[in-house]
Design a protein around this ligand. Sequence first.
Ligand SMILES: Nc1ncnc2c1ncn2[C@@H]1O[C@H](COP(=O)(O)OP(=O)(O)O)[C@@H](O)[C@H]1O
Ligand SMILES: [Mg+2]
Length: 209
Amino acid sequence: MIISCLNQKGGVGKTTVSVNLAACLSRTGARVLLIDADPQGSALDWAAAREGEPLFSVVGFPRPSIHKEIVQLGQGYDHIVIDGPPRVSDLARSAIMAADVILIPVQPSPYDIWAADEVVKLISEAKVYKENLKSVFVVNRKITNTAIGRDVGEALAAYLLPVLAATVAQRVVFAEAAAQGKSIFEIDAEGSAAREIETVMAELMEFVL
Ligand SMILES: Nc1ncnc2c1ncn2[C@@H]1O[C@H](COP(=O)(O)OP(=O)(O)O)[C@@H](O)[C@H]1O
Ligand SMILES: [Mg+2]
């Protein structure tokens, strides 16, 4: 499966979600490639901060030809996660065309959800060429033990794209893990953050089937 994690807005959790989903997939024994399509190279920074064995391969490919090179790049891998670039660009378009499924992380505020309209537009353009392209929102940085507000639900519903029931909460462990080039599974495999990422992965797999 090829998952592109996209949203032109910075700071919504594309890199955080990408890295931890890749880690989650690799825990099942799958061979996983993480493609860093962000010219800023945050996923590469993550990998560089790491001491010890890598969990999965990470390559930088911030070029608008990902969709053309993906077969070559992904040779020998079971799953590919693309950590998308900020801003709407040829890069984002290419990451959409390369994917089986687009995962759009959004923060649970209507402003953030409205800001996703550009990536949603790119996805509908791509569907002209790629009928089977799937895309879904995932709410990241949800405040623990709070309900997603009605305003947030309404803002999401306006897009006609599905939203995963699974959410990822605001948890310091995500930032702590990132600082060490680790996944949250290495910090606390039994913790709530790990459970959330596993639940997102499971729901995403089911969604793609
Ligand atoms: N669920 C979360 N809980 C706590 N911090 C988070 C969470 N998701 C992302 N962050 C933090 O927010 C910042 C931006 O996240 P990042 O994944 O780099 O976003 P993007 O790749 O979309 O720019 C980072 O400092 C990251 O550690
Ligand atoms: Mg990023």
